[in-house]
Design a protein around this ligand. Structure first.
Ligand code: HMG
Ligand code: MG
Length: 298
């Protein structure tokens, strides 16, 4: 009952770089995105429209969008608020990714307001995006654990997802922000969401690999019927407002695992590893993915 095909949404240029302490030159970001596109990604988060005071790494996001749109890829810009959607309307990008935390404390630290206030700000914005024909993805943070509040109730995650569905989103990306979920919890939450949400809403899983369980969690999500995964080239990433969290699961390790299981992704490992090798010279953290390290040894 595993799918024949799975979609990978590459979030490296956004989640991967947002937590990088040294500013990565705009031209390097653009080259990284170009190299990633050569590997065949059909969906990618390019950058985010957030406050440059909060996340200085993303201060060049308008330039990134202006340089990196194309017709082959569904290119997303991540943003939490009205100002970000206004900025999106000033570009030719037609795919928005909004975000909210299930945990109130996390949402407060990340977006500076309670979860309910973020949802009520986003409701009319999402409806307007949909009226204008945009694709809308909603990213749901702290769906398993919160670095401040601990274990999150499944019913609270479901309630946030149902609200986004009622606003008309196309996709829900449900995240283990700090990489604390175990495969059993993943199987249970995604089974519940698959069962309770509309089958026309795309359901995506977003794992951080803090405790080394991300690949196991992907397998658990596959078994629950999920066939879309966010991942980051090189396993870079993390949210600056989620202390203790490390990078996303590495795209190259996900692609390798899925291909070994006979699940197609449309992504080619060689050019992907070239993109990882390129960006590894510009980030302060060593690339830890298995596929990259194996390639370096040969
Ligand atoms: P605030 O300080 O409450 O905002 O921050 P404000 O409305 O008072 O505005 C403050 C200043 O920011 C103003 O500028 C605004 O114009 C500007 P000033 O007048 O002082 O010059 N501003 C903006 N500028 C550019 N783009 C915008 C924008 N909005 C306001 N969109 C705010 C509230 C939401 C802005 C802030 O908290 C923020 O930017 N947060 C973003 C945090 C972030 O980027 N986190 C990482 C992404 S989420 C994530 O990684 C999780 C995910 O991967 C899934 C998972 O793993 O869980 C998606
Ligand atoms: Mg993330």
């Amino acid at each position: 009952e595993l799918p024949e095909r799975a979609a990978i949404i590459e979030v490296g240029p956004r989640d991967g770089l947002q937590n990088e302490k040294n500013f990565v030159d705009t031209s390097v970001k653009i080259e990284f995105i170009k190299k990633l596109k050569k590997a065949g990604f059909q969906e990618m988060e390019l950058t985010s429209f957030v406050s440059p005071k909060w996340v200085p790494q993303m201060k060049d996001s308008a330039e990134i969008v202006a340089s990196c749109l194309d017709d082959e890829t569904r290119n997303f810009v991540l943003t939490p608020n009205e100002r970000g959607i206004q900025r999106l309307y000033e570009t030719s990008c037609k795919n928005a990714a909004v975000f909210v935390g299930v945990s109130n404390t996390f949402n407060q630290k990340n977006i500076n307001k309670p979860t309910a206030d973020s949802l009520s700000e986003l409701a009319p914005l999402i409806k307007d995006l949909k009226r204008k024909g945009y694709f809308v993805r909603a990213c749901i943070s702290t769906a398993f654990y919160c670095p401040y509040e601990g274990k999150i109730d499944e019913q609270d995650v479901l309630a946030v997802c149902e609200q986004f569905e009622s606003f008309g989103v196309d996709e829900l990306s449900v995240a283990d922000t700090n990489g604390m979920a175990s495969p059993l919890e993943v199987y249970e939450l995604f089974s519940l969401l698959k069962h309770r949400l509309s089958s026309t809403t795309l359901l995506t899983a977003h794992f951080h690999d803090t405790r080394g369980l991300a690949l196991a969690n992907i397998f658990a999500a596959l078994q629950a019927g999920v066939n879309r995964f966010d991942s980051s080239a090189g396993g870079l990433g993390g949210c600056p407002f989620a202390p203790g969290a490390t990078g996303n699961v590495a795209t190259e390790d996900v692609v390798y695992m899925l291909h070994q299981m006979g699940i197609q992704t449309g992504i080619q490992l060689e050019p992907l590893l070239e993109a990882v090798d390129y960006i590894s010279d510009y980030v302060s953290r060593p690339v830890e993915s298995r596929q990259y390290k194996l390639g370096q040894m040969n």
